[in-house]
Design a protein around this ligand. Structure first.
Ligand code: ZN
Length: 245
């Protein structure tokens, strides 16, 4: 069974559409949260995620949009975009976002927006956070989003942690050490590659993780940038998409 794992769509419809098209041959899609926030098409992205993903987690932006999380910790631009998002959000979309949870378990795979210790807010950006996340669970594979940075970290039986960036085409054999993976962000990558990020996960018939491959999809960045400007959102949120940061 092949599963496309994606995260942090952030209301970027062109990027999401490219990833959905690129993963048309997958058996299912899982979304690790932050469907909305920052970007200009929250309602459209919510509709497409709802119809194309079997599992959808809540991210901190989704919970904020649904009135379930505080926006005080948001950066200035994120806060401005969230106020705009709450104004334009359709009631049905708000209710759907409010119904989502930030964590899920599927067989031997744990899914979290942030981390196992704090599914909504913790950023796994360094080796110690990755180690703590793996030690907090017994899953063979831990999937997280939230940082917008594709990475893989592995913890072997001797307690040795190895990690690397999830560059396009990198394939991981999951039969060895326990593994933590962030697929990167669909709609606002921050790892220097402006293309939409995702991973393709292969499970066997019993749900045991076999392999995982990091992938990128090109999309019409200028379409989203134009929509950001038209919506009156901060222009910095358009500019950063060109650089993947
Ligand atoms: Zn995010």
């Amino acid at each position: 069974m092949r599963i496309a794992v994606l995260s942090d769509v952030h209301a970027n419809l062109a990027a999401l559409s490219a990833v959905v098209a690129a993963t048309a041959d997958c058996d299912a899609r899982w979304c690790l949260g932050d469907v909305v926030g920052y970007g200009p098409q929250p309602n459209e992205c919510a509709a497409l995620v709802r119809e194309s993903c079997e599992i959808v987690l809540a991210g901190n932006h989704d919970l904020a949009a649904a009135g379930r999380a505080d926006t005080l910790v948001f950066s200035r631009d994120a806060g401005r975009a969230m106020r705009w998002t709450r104004e334009v959000l359709e009631p049905g979309v708000e209710a759907w976002l409010a119904s989502l949870e930030p964590a899920a378990v599927v067989g031997r795979v744990g899914l979290y927006h942030g981390s196992p210790r704090d599914p909504v807010w913790e950023y796994i950006l360094d080796p110690e956070a990755a180690r703590a996340a793996l030690q907090a669970t017994t899953h063979d594979l831990v999937l997280v989003g939230h940082t917008h940075t594709a990475l893989v970290a592995r913890l072997d039986h001797d307690g040795r942690l190895t990690g690397r960036r999830g560059v396009e085409g990198l394939e991981i054999d999951l039969m060895g050490p326990r593994t933590l993976v962030n697929p990167g962000s669909v709609g606002q990558p921050r790892d220097g590659d402006a293309r939409a990020a995702y991973v393709v996960l292969e499970l066997d018939g019993d749900g045991v993780p076999l392999t995982l491959r990091f992938a990128r999809a090109e999309y019409a960045i200028e379409r989203t940038q134009q929509a950001i400007v038209t919506a009156g959102l901060p222009e910095h949120l358009a500019d950063r998409l060109s650089f993947g940061m």
